[in-house]
Write a new protein. Structure first.
Length: 243
């Protein structure tokens, strides 16, 4: 759903997969252009997503607010009780609803699972996004295992500065990438102050002029995101509720 991408080295993917039961056929490297082809073992995954930087407990609800060039944006992310099987992997269903000046702008469901090493994977998303003419498009939607789409890692098991990873993969539609910039940031947002924050740079070759920085606090998840290139916007956590 976001904007990101670059290449993932074979060595990095192997290190992420080590001990996780995730077999890598080949890495995607910017210099060699070798294909990205993770082979997924469903037995290596769980819907118990407890990675401290991307915890997804059913019933948890995050509310974000911020300013964009087009108005006031509000995003509500909720981990539902639903699951979906993708590529043989049972995934949690997470709903993400964005409004702009009170009007629906984007409505997305994502499918996440955690491997046994602790990395959180994205197995696809179904998104409806408002276009300039007021209609909604499904552009950007993808499902791992369908039409060449493959899952990607949205949070490594043990984030390390400089680590780069593919977050999703459907050529021409979903090619988001992430790179860990810092793992010891201190950040204050409207919801509170946090230490040990992981900062991730997100980008995509499909939209090279757009780069975001996202901030993840331990035990909480995403607390802030901001554009550092391209459109001007920032959004931060204002409310968190758990069942």
């Amino acid at each position: 759903m976001d904007r990101r991408v670059a290449a993932v080295s074979l060595a990095l993917l192997l290190s992420i997969a080590a001990g996780a039961g995730v077999l890598i056929a080949a890495g995607s490297d910017e210099k060699t252009r070798s294909p990205y082809a993770p082979r997924i073992d469903p037995a290596a995954f769980t819907t118990a997503v407890v990675n401290p930087y991307r915890p997804l407990r059913p019933g948890t609800r995050w509310v974000y607010e911020g300013k964009t060039e087009d108005g006031l944006e509000r995003k509500v992310v909720e981990v539902t009780d639903d699951t979906r099987v993708v590529m043989g992997v049972r995934c949690l269903v997470v709903r993400d609803v964005v409004t702009l000046d009170g009007q629906l702008y984007e409505d997305t469901v994502d499918w996440f699972a955690q491997d046994r090493d602790g990395a959180v994977w994205n197995f696809g998303e179904e998104t409806r996004k408002k276009t300039d003419d007021g209609s909604f498009t499904l552009a950007g939607s993808w499902e791992a295992g369908v039409n060449g789409a493959l899952p990607g890692i949205v949070m490594p098991a043990r984030p390390a500065s400089g680590e780069t990873f593919r977050q999703e993969y459907l050529p021409g539609e979903a090619e988001d990438m992430g790179r860990i910039l810092r793992v010891d940031d201190a950040r204050r947002v409207r919801f509170g102050s946090f230490l040990g924050v992981v900062v991730i740079r997100d980008w995509s070759p499909l939209d090279p002029g757009a780069v975001e920085h996202k901030y993840y606090a331990p035990g909480i998840g995403l607390i802030r995101e901001e554009a550092v290139e391209g459109d001007s916007y920032e959004m931060e956590l204002v409310e968190l509720t758990q069942r």
